[in-house]
Design a protein around this ligand. Structure first.
Ligand code: ATP
Ligand code: MG
Length: 137
């Protein structure tokens, strides 16, 4: 079993897609290990996306991520990191394949509905950013 950190981003929560996305995650074989609704501050979002701080879209990204509540999730499955990213599809919903979450629920490269950790070190950092060891069991 592997764990990954997933986020249902503010655009998808505002669009009332949370239930549908959770259903898709469970149907694809992910177990929900921990889950919380959280309205990130701009500073929280900057800390979370610190690896992107030099990117031109950093300010827009952190403004978007602090624009409303998100649902943060610890998901478990064999090969969870890679499989969750495959279920999400490409960063840009227009490039994501049919059946992928971002294709179905995303609207643009910024408003792309979901996040997933991109590697085991990132997953460890991101899980720890949102959840205490106790909550992860
Ligand atoms: P995430 O980290 O959210 O799972 P990702 O790993 O597919 O997405 P990253 O390159 O890590 O993509 O970018 C982080 C987020 O920054 C993207 O999900 C997207 O919302 C935003 N982003 C990425 N590239 C751009 C861009 N060119 N313009 C605007 N926003 C972007
Ligand atoms: Mg990423």
């Amino acid at each position: 079993m592997e764990r990954t950190l997933a986020i249902i981003k503010p655009d998808a929560v505002a669009a009332r897609s949370t239930g549908s996305i959770l259903q898709r995650a469970e149907a694809a074989g992910f177990s929900i290990v921990a889950m919380r609704l959280v309205w990130l501050s701009k500073t929280d979002a900057e800390g979370f996306y610190a690896v992107h701080r030099e990117r031109p879209f950093f300010s827009d990204l952190t403004t978007f991520m602090s624009s409303g509540p998100s649902v943060v999730l610890a998901l478990a499955a064999p090969d969870a990191i890679k499989r969750w990213r495959a279920l999400m599809g490409a960063t840009d919903p227009a490039q994501a394949e049919e059946g992928c979450l971002r294709r179905e629920f995303g609207r643009s490269i910024e408003n792309n509905a979901t996040h997933g950790s991109d590697g085991s070190e990132t997953a460890a950092f991101e899980l720890n950013y949102f959840f205490r060891g106790l909550e992860l069991g």
